[in-house]
Ligand binder design. Structure first.
Ligand code: KIV
Length: 272
């Protein structure tokens, strides 16, 4: 039986909150293009994140810093066109919100208007309070991001686990409470001790989505190319691989090259 688009129940912030309330875990993956977004959406993913990890994964940069607002909008609009059900969140890229809150609002409005996405994600806590307030005041839902915030990589110096010390852990808990009070609908916690992440998920009522933050939170996010095994070199402890697409793609391409060289492709049934 085919499902008509109008019968598909779209995921909303309200539904995500209900999922936390009833203890149903939330699934989230990154997506940066139409064809991948369509597959992930049809497979039943709850949230698609157009992450600024596109800077690494799609463009081959070492960090997330170089990607621009225009490039994020291009990726986001492509993802939105592939989605019928999932909730689409887009990262505000480095340099598009740190200047002042009016710039943050302008950037968030551009993302929503030009891509058709459903929410933005923004890294940081107390230091971006004004921007968070301003964006929320325009009716744009915000997902926070605390812990290892890759846009601050040059401040941290490494991609190692954050908030292991009491001072940083206390700031993280108070930032999470602040983001909730301000009205964010959810928070990503990246690469922090599992016990701390669980404590945050218990202390705030909004959904907490973890990456490298253990199983005591309300949902999990991974970069899709990592979980599909397209990036063999990247093997952090938190990553579970669900496929070996590097091998699958390599085998397919080797097969194609061999068939072309041997004049085996195309055959008669593949010709007009
Ligand atoms: O940009 C991204 O992919 C992210 C996730 C790792 C949460 O922010």
């Amino acid at each position: 039986m085919s499902v008509h688009k109008k019968d598909i129940k779209k995921i909303t912030t309200h539904q995500l909150q209900e999922m936390k309330n009833r203890g149903e875990k939330i699934s989230m993956l990154t997506a940066y293009d139409f064809s991948m977004a369509r597959i992930l959406d049809q497979a039943g993913i709850d949230i698609l994140l157009v992450g600024d990890s596109a800077s690494n994964v799609m463009a081959g940069h070492e960090t997330t810093l170089p990607i621009t607002l225009d490039q994020m909008i291009y990726h986001a609009a492509s993802v939105v066109r592939g989605v019928d059900r999932a909730f689409v969140v887009v990262d505000l890229p480095f340099g598009s919100y740190q200047g002042d809150s009016s710039e943050a609002l302008r950037s968030a409005i551009r993302i929503m208007k030009e891509s058709g996405a459903h929410a933005v994600k923004i890294e940081g806590g107390k230091e971006i309070e004004d921007s968070v307030k301003r964006i929320l005041s325009a009716g744009i839902p915000i997902m926070g991001h605390l812990g290892l915030t890759p846009q601050s990589i040059y401040k941290f110096g490494t991609y190692s686990v954050r908030a292991k010390e009491e001072e940083e852990a206390n700031k993280l808990v108070s930032d999470a409470k602040l983001l909730e009070e301000l009205g964010c609908f959810s928070i990503v916690l990246e690469k922090i001790p599992a016990a701390l992440a669980q404590k945050v998920a218990e202390k705030v009522s909004i959904p907490i989505i973890g990456i490298g933050a253990g199983g005591g939170v309300d949902g999990q996010v991974l970069v899709v190319q990592d979980m599909l095994g397209m990036n063999k070199e990247f093997k952090p402890k938190f990553l579970r691989r669900y496929a070996d697409l590097d091998q699958v793609i390599t085998d397919a391409v080797v097969g194609f090259v061999n068939d072309v060289k041997a004049s085996d492709f195309p055959n008669e049934s593949e010709s007009y």
